[in-house]
Design a protein around this ligand. Structure first.
Ligand SMILES: *[C@@H]1O[C@H](CO)[C@@H](O)[C@H](O)[C@H]1NC(C)=O
Ligand SMILES: *[C@@H]1O[C@H](CO)[C@@H](O)[C@H](O)[C@H]1NC(C)=O
Ligand SMILES: *[C@@H]1O[C@H](CO)[C@@H](O)[C@H](O)[C@H]1NC(C)=O
Ligand SMILES: *[C@@H]1O[C@H](CO)[C@@H](O)[C@H](O)[C@H]1NC(C)=O
Ligand SMILES: *[C@@H]1O[C@H](CO)[C@@H](O)[C@H](O)[C@H]1NC(C)=O
Ligand SMILES: *[C@@H]1O[C@H](CO)[C@@H](O)[C@H](O)[C@H]1NC(C)=O
Ligand SMILES: *[C@@H]1O[C@H](CO)[C@@H](O)[C@H](O)[C@H]1NC(C)=O
Ligand SMILES: *[C@@H]1O[C@H](CO)[C@@H](O)[C@H](O)[C@H]1NC(C)=O
Ligand SMILES: *[C@@H]1O[C@H](CO)[C@@H](O)[C@H](O)[C@H]1NC(C)=O
Length: 560
């Protein structure tokens, strides 16, 4: 569930977009297999595969538009991150949220970037024909089972077991790279990446609003890397631009992704503590893992015992259906979306307990407080993963196809180096999630291709307009210090707003305060005082009767 990180670049090309002959985008109805909101319209735009080599041919971008609800002032472009999130699917799902954040006075335009979905060409990257082929390929490796360790790699035999997998996993990832190159879209891999995507956005803007017009953009998560490359390659085109859930482009371009995953996890264990704190505050009626009178430490102890039971079961029989490593990955994914915590702890967690109980040598049921669980309300999960056009459930490799192709082209890193980083990150940064595996980010050292164009800086150009940067104080993958670094680098050209909340991007929890700030900026260009802090909405209950501020207050009191 870890998504993203780094890059670099040795590009000499930047500034000037090659002029396209004026293109008219024909808007019409959307493909109903992908978009079912009939108020949205769709279209296509052809662009050069390589903006510096027209002989490479053309790409075709699938576009989507939500009309402004008020008096139209132009267009806001949107990217949902991932990388690999589908602009089409996302706009279909959260059109109203996006119209709210932009005051309703802009058309919202999203698109499936190169490598995404099955309408844009080149589309989604699949390196296996079927899920079964993928599973057979990785059979017997940590790719399928996760990493078994008890937290902090305290047992030397867990460390040894991991290092024993290093030559196997390295060979697998190298072979994977060859498979991807030989896949149907393999010959396009070098044309997929953030630099091309930035130029594509400019091409779409040129076609819609005219060459040279200001470009308004809302980028979340990996979409902020698109944003950083955009505002530095085309500073004169910067209109109103919002980043939310920030990747630091300098760190990305100067550090090897696979070796620095832990640096993104500085808040991750804190968010886990928030989850168990919220569970304890809600009590047995609101959270299945809480007994009457339980504090956060008691709930934490149950989760740890569940992980330990799964770990012991795997030691007794390596073929168990669910491992502690897999539970860790699942729990890590939850941290992105507090709106899902109640559902997770009341419906998913009890099932995990049952599964582990079935495989464990010893009884596990005390780990679960209540057997009679009343399903609680479930709120929309806005996580940024949505795969279009998956055939036979084959996993998508679009994330590494974009992120690794953008990242530094380092040679000679071994899987042993990567595992050393995993162990150090687990011990020093995130005891709970440093060992979460797999993550596409670990594939970058072995990825066979880099994009024909990458942008490595400078990242302190002066944009034509000031931008707005938003970050949760606790984000599991794009931590606040990265947003601060980007704001610092932009100096007077960026205002940073923090939200006292948890999850990935400020959209993870509803906040009228954030929404008003973004809308005021988008509509009038009004920026709040630098350093403004927003709260999540007080009536947003993470668990029954427990709001974000209650969790934060108790976290400070000692938490888990
Ligand atoms: C549209 O798709 C979403 C899932 O993407 C689904 O939840 C919803 O029910 C669908 N709506 C209609 C009208 O088909
Ligand atoms: C969106 O706006 C355009 C231009 O104003 C209009 O032609 C079109 O009918 C609108 N589409 C919808 C679905 O309302
Ligand atoms: C995985 O390997 C085991 C033997 O190590 C074999 O029994 C099993 O059939 C394999 N599974 C797949 C999906 O290839
Ligand atoms: C470490 O793991 C090994 C192998 O699973 C086990 O035999 C040993 O008891 C463990 N040591 C500790 C201190 O838990
Ligand atoms: C190990 O677990 C697998 C999968 O649940 C099961 O089929 C097998 O019988 C177990 N082996 C032993 C020795 O219990
Ligand atoms: C495209 O993807 C959607 C969603 O996964 C699927 O329903 C549709 O059949 C796909 N279309 C094609 C042409 O593959
Ligand atoms: C992180 O942990 C490793 C042990 O795995 C240790 O050698 C290293 O010094 C630590 N690094 C930092 C920056 O604390
Ligand atoms: C806002 O504050 C940040 C520090 O958090 C600073 O880096 C940035 O330059 C400030 N921006 C303005 C416009 O003062
Ligand atoms: C949010 O939680 C705090 C602390 O428990 C409480 O004082 C406040 O009333 C709650 N707000 C709402 C709207 O429930």
């Amino acid at each position: 569930m870890l998504c993203f990180c780094l890059s670099t670049l040795n590009t000499t090309h930047s500034q000037n977009q090659q002029e396209l002959s004026p293109t008219l985008i024909q808007w019409g109805s959307c493909d109903p297999s992908v978009v079912n909101d009939t108020s949205l319209t769709c279209g296509f735009l052809d662009v050069p595969l390589d903006y510096h080599d027209s002989s490479a041919g053309t790409a075709r971008l699938a576009l989507i538009k939500a009309n402004a609800t008020g008096e139209r002032r132009g267009t806001v472009f949107f990217n949902p991150g991932g990388p690999g999130g589908s602009g089409l699917a996302f706009l279909n799902d959260i059109k109203d949220t996006l119209l709210g954040l932009t005051g309703g006075v802009y058309d919202i335009v999203g698109w499936d970037p190169r490598g995404v979905g099955n309408l844009t060409m080149p589309g989604e990257i699949f390196c296996f024909d079927t899920l079964e082929e993928y599973e057979a390929f990785f059979n017997g490796t940590i790719e399928l089972t996760g990493i078994e360790e008890t937290g902090n790699f305290a047992n030397a035999s867990d460390v040894q077991a991991l290092f024993n997998q290093a030559p196997i996993m390295q060979a697998k990832y190298e072979e994977l790279g060859r498979r991807c190159l030989n896949s149907p879209n393999g010959r396009y891999l070098r044309y997929i990446g953030t630099a091309a995507t930035v130029r594509d956005m400019v091409s779409i803007a040129d076609a819609l609003e005219g060459p040279g017009t200001p470009i308004n953009y809302l980028g979340i998560s990996y979409g902020t890397l698109i944003g950083s490359w955009f505002i530095n390659v085309f500073p004169e085109r910067v209109g109103r631009v919002v980043f939310d859930g920030v990747i630091d482009p300098v760190f990305f371009s100067t550090h090897e992704t696979s070796l620095n995953v832990a640096s993104l996890l500085v808040s991750t264990d804190t968010i886990y503590k928030a989850l168990v704190t919220g569970c304890a505050l809600s009590g047995p009626s609101g959270c299945a893992a809480a007994a009457e009178g339980d504090g956060p430490l008691d709930v934490d102890a149950k989760v740890q015992a569940l992980l330990k039971a799964a770990y012991d079961a795997e030691k007794a029989n390596t073929s168990v259906p669910i491992t502690s490593g897999q539970i860790r990955v699942q729990l890590n994914g939850e941290l992105y979306s507090p709106s899902d915590w109640s559902h997770f702890m009341n419906l998913v967690y009890p099932n995990l307990v049952k599964q582990v109980e079935a495989e464990a040598p010893d009884p596990v049921s005390p780990l679960l407080q209540s057997e009679n669980i009343v399903p609680r309300h479930t709120t929309t999960n806005r996580r940024v993963t949505k795969r279009l056009g998956t055939v036979n459930n084959s996993p998508s490799y679009t994330l590494p196809a974009i992120f690794c192709a953008d990242s530094p082209d380092v040679h000679g890193t071994t899987m042993t180096d990567v595992f050393e980083a995993v162990i150090a990150g687990t011990r020093n940064v995130s005891h709970m999630f440093g060992s979460a595996w797999p993550s596409p980010l670990y594939e970058c050292s072995f990825w066979p291709v880099r994009s024909v164009e990458r942008y490595g800086g400078p990242f302190d150009k002066t944009p034509a307009n000031k931008i707005l940067i938003a970050s949760n104080i606790f984000d599991p993958i794009t931590p606040l210090p990265r947003a601060q670094a980007v704001a610092d680098r932009l100096g007077g050209n960026a205002v940073l707003v923090q939200m006292n909340g948890f999850g990935h991007t400020t959209l993870a929890e509803p906040s009228k305060c954030m929404e008003d700030i973004m809308a005021a900026y988008m509509v009038d260009g009004t920026l709040p005082a630098n350093g403004t802090v927003c709260e999540a909405d007080a009536d947003f209950e993470v668990f029954d009767g427990v709001n974000t501020s209650a969790i934060l207050a108790n976290l400070l009191d000692g938490g888990a």
